[in-house]
Design a protein around this ligand. Structure first.
Ligand SMILES: *Cc1c(COP(=O)(O)O)cnc(C)c1O
Length: 358
């Protein structure tokens, strides 16, 4: 009775709390440097929990146009039904965020680096902007993980995670979390999970807990591999452009190095040469289908290297014009670099590069 009344600490029912899930929440909070954290069934479940907890009809949100596709849909379609309006702005131009501010703005939501073009936004600048109007800044830290980037140290209020990616690290389970201060996690988001039910399963929490034990060394090793692949790709005649924050050619290289502990992360993309969209797509498919070691899949964050064609998968439902506006050409290939030997990755890509007719 006392536990249900909240006058005594303890576990009552799995949707409310569970010892394994609590253990995951405490360790993730320690890694992010936040007071506490709350688990969710998936990364999208965590974002939904944040929206349900913070927003009501008439509120306004600002987020970048380059956010994760399902995040864009959640705001543009699902939440607009409930009278929450969202402005979509440039990932990198802070003045667009400032110009979009309204008296009703409650939340700025950023993701850095973005998928698949690895654009980096300035967390400190966006936090200052949010706080200047009494709004909150949430950062989706999926691509860097706390091993590289701790957004609350740069002023962010909340950190969102898809535990499905680097936190698990081996593509085994789905999981999500929000990290932040107790006044939001315990008082605002706790009641949302209890009533809406996007709770993290204890088994999944246990798997991700095991993943956290190797997060630091996995990220270091995968970043080193990704940098080596990115530098090599820049020398390949079949490749016209490489997108990777660890490269000096990346437009926000300096900012990325400051925010991300001097690392570029483990995801990179590159454009394959080939004039019109159809030729570019045929060339990209040829390279992807010529691989034997890397996996063709849409996930990322795995110790296995994963190759994807964003134009027909994550961004496949957009019109060609929308894709062009987002900078996702048909020749674009995303590589989420894992722990495979660098020579195996190069050999695998060369199989396609060497037999391309350009
Ligand atoms: C995968 C991903 C999500 C969603 O996570 P799920 O666990 O698949 O629901 C959110 N944000 C980013 C940046 C992602 O890569």
């Amino acid at each position: 009775m006392r536990r249900f009344a909240g006058t005594e600490e303890g576990f009552t029912y799995g949707r409310t709390s569970n010892p394994t899930v609590t253990s995951f929440e405490q360790r993730l909070a320690a890694l992010e440097g936040t007071e506490t954290a709350i688990g969710a069934s998936t990364g999208m479940g965590a974002i939904l929990m944040m929206c349900m907890g913070l927003l009501k009809m008439g509120d306004h949100v600002i987020c970048s146009r380059s956010m994760f596709g399902s995040t864009l849909n959640l705001f543009a379609k699902e939440f607009s039904k409930f009278g929450v309006e969202t402005s979509f702005v440039s990932q990198t131009d802070v003045t667009e965020w400032r110009d979009a501010l309204r008296p009703t703005t409650k939340l700025l939501f950023a993701e850095t680096p973005t998928n698949p073009l690895t654009d980096v936004c300035d967390i400190r600048a966006l936090a200052d902007l949010a706080h200047s109007v009494g709004a909150l800044l949430a950062v989706d830290n999926c691509f860097c993980s706390p091993a590289l980037q701790r957004p609350t140290e740069l002023g962010a209020d909340l950190v969102i995670h898809s535990g499905t990616k680097y936190l698990d690290g081996q593509g085994r389970v789905m999981a999500g979390a929000i990290c932040g201060p107790s006044r939001l996690i315990v008082d605002v988001f706790g009641p949302v999970v209890r009533t809406a039910g996007m709770a993290l399963a204890p088994f999944n929490a246990w798997v991700v807990l095991k993943g956290l034990e190797t997060l630091g060394i996995r990220m270091q090793a995968q970043c080193a591999n990704a940098l080596a692949v990115a530098e090599w790709l820049e020398t390949q005649p079949a490749v016209s452009r490489v997108y990777y924050p660890g490269l000096k050619s990346h437009p926000q290289h300096e900012l990325a190095m400051r925010q991300q502990s001097g690392q570029g992360g483990a995801v990179l993309s590159f454009d394959v040469r080939g004039g019109d969209p159809e030729t570019a797509r045929a060339n990209a498919f040829h390279i992807i289908n010529s691989t034997r070691v890397v996996s063709i899949a849409t996930n990322l964050g795995d110790t296995k290297t994963i190759i994807t064609h964003p134009g027909t998968t994550s961004h496949g439902r957009l019109t060609e014009a929308q894709r062009q506006a987002a900078g996702i050409g048909q020749g674009l290939i995303r590589l989420a670099v894992g722990l495979d030997h660098i020579d195996d990755i190069k050999t695998d890509l060369l199989r396609g590069f060497d037999t391309l007719s350009i």
